[in-house]
Design a protein around this ligand. Structure first.
Ligand code: AVJ
Length: 336
């Protein structure tokens, strides 16, 4: 599947022209129907977490980041706000190309612009329309930063537009989104990033750290029920993409910390015997049977550093909040 296409490319001019849209087609998840149905038919049913992020799902995730229980976003924001100059000094390359993996509205990256002084900003996200609107707004606030949007599924190999400078690339992967990958896939993903970097490149990545189960389970099962809504909303999205007839009220939100794997798992559990059908097929679920919707790995620093090492990176520096809940790591390519 061609995973990358440019949605916005703005020539830099101090007058700040609107971004020029080069090419745009269907959303990268449209091709997901077969993959979704295969996941539903597997003995242990699953739906990949990328399907959370339709328009309502993206809004629900933004709401999650405001919850008292959900500490990662605000903790990371505080680390970045306090340490932005140190991070820029450690990377040591003003005029870099900042490549934002899962950019969303681009706000996290934009908060680093003053310290990092990037020449170019490349924003990659699966939610293409959202990205397009975000980049238009950002471009007018930062007319001197060249901006390019790429619509892509980060589960596929990353393709960067030809003209993106090879020197001074800094991948930015915040939010502990890397926690959605099982460790072997995380390693492959990081090794893939490594191939886009030379000695002058780097990776700034946010990691949610291992901690007590109570804190973790509260973060994924909040009192207001926003995370439950976010989880159940995936079924609305699947109904639209795959033509299934999931009834949301049949499914209960479950979030559990699995200490063996070091991950929070989210599931949807059938409240009663359920039959789900779609054009050409069906699946029956017994009461209590579950659909696995997300893994969110919580790493110990040493384990994540080892994983980075296996992917061809070495940790140059790390910044934690004082409660050691979350870490930002700056990693550099390591010679083999
Ligand atoms: C966006 C993948 C980092 O795993 O914490 C939040 C998604 N899921 N609450 C996470 C999520 C449930 C989030 N990431």
């Amino acid at each position: 599947m061609p995973s990358a296409f440019i949605v916005a490319s703005a020539p830099v001019a101090s007058s700040g022209p609107p971004p020029r849209f080069v090419s745009s087609s269907a959303s990268p998840v449209v091709a997901g129907r077969d993959e979704l149905l295969a996941g539903l038919l597997a003995p242990g049913a699953s739906i990949a977490p990328k399907y959370f992020y339709d328009t309502l799902g993206s809004a629900l995730f933004e709401a999650i980041t405001e919850l008292d229980e959900y500490y990662p976003t605000r903790t990371e924001r505080a680390i970045l706000a306090a340490r932005d100059r140190e991070i820029a000094a450690a990377f040591g390359r003003p005029g870099c190309t900042l490549i934002d993996l899962g950019a969303g509205n681009g706000e996290k990256a934009a908060r680093l612009f003053a310290a990092l002084r990037p020449r170019e900003y490349v924003a990659i996200d699966i939610s293409v329309e959202y990205l397009r609107r975000s980049l238009e707004a950002l471009q007018s606030r930062f007319p001197h930063v060249a901006m390019t949007g790429v619509g892509a599924d980060l589960g596929e190999p990353i393709e960067l537009p030809e003209r993106v400078a090879r020197q001074g690339r800094l991948f930015f992967y915040p939010g502990s989104s890397i926690g959605n990958f099982v460790p072997d896939d995380a390693q492959r993903f990081l090794a893939g990033l490594r191939t886009h970097l030379d000695d002058t490149g780097g990776l700034l990545v946010g990691i949610d750290l291992a901690k007590d189960a109570r804190t973790l389970e509260a973060a994924y099962d909040d009192a207001l029920g926003v995370t439950a809504a976010f989880n159940r909303n995936v079924l609305r999205h699947v109904n639209r993409i795959a033509g299934t007839d999931f009834v949301l009220a049949d499914w209960r939100h479950v979030a559990r910390f699995d200490a063996t794997h070091g991950r929070v798992e989210m599931h949807l559990e059938a409240r009663r015997p359920v039959r789900v059908s779609w054009p050409g097929g069906e699946r029956r679920f017994a009461a209590g049977e579950r659909i696995h919707t997300e893994n969110s790995y919580k790493y110990r620093l040493a384990d994540f550093a080892a994983l980075l090492g296996r992917a061809g990176f070495a940790v140059q520096a790390q910044w934690l909040d004082e409660r050691e809940r979350f870490a930002m790591l700056l990693a550099r390519p390591q010679r083999a």
